[in-house]
Design a protein. Structure first.
Length: 159
């Protein structure tokens, strides 16, 4: 087994009030509904357990499940850290942060996301797997962005 990692950062101005953006980002049902490939998110306090659908393109059948702990500084920052239940090993993990800043046009939203998966592939596959992971993250991000804007009745402006 080999761990593969990928990171994606994006930012934009969303023409919606920061409180509305915040509410969408701390609602596990909303996040699950807005994020492509997410089957469900089960929240238990500040721990969210994610179950994804089968992720295409990695050359192996993979439906990742992982647990994150949320650390919030309302209404500015939502950080999530991979934090599996004690005694359990998860073959995928996500760490990241949402940073929300009020701007005259609405909310500047910055998203930084890092993903790790443990796959039954050799290290030599790293370039191909990393490229595929980047493509999947970009596709998920595009779908998430469109769904968030639709939910908020907002538009996206360049950051």
């Amino acid at each position: 087994m080999t761990w593969f990692e990928s990171r994606r950062t994006s930012e934009a101005v969303v023409t919606a009030d920061r409180s509305a953006v915040w509410e969408a980002l701390v609602d596990p049902d909303a996040i699950a509904a807005m994020t492509p490939l997410v089957e469900r998110i089960e929240a238990d306090g500040d721990h969210w357990s994610w179950q994804l659908q089968n992720v295409p393109g990695l050359g192996v059948s993979l439906a990742p499940a992982f647990t994150v702990r949320l650390e919030v500084d309302e209404p500015h920052r939502i950080e999530f850290v991979h934090d599996p239940p004690e005694g359990q090993r998860e073959r995928a993990g996500v760490d990241g942060v949402y940073v929300l800043t009020e701007v005259p046009e609405g909310t500047h939203l910055k998203i930084d996301l890092g993903v790790r998966v443990d796959l039954p592939l050799p290290r030599l596959a790293r370039p191909a797997v990393t490229t595929t992971m980047q493509g999947v993250l970009a596709s998920m991000g595009k779908g998430f962005s469109a769904a968030l804007l639709k939910r908020l009745g907002a538009e996206q402006l360049d950051a």
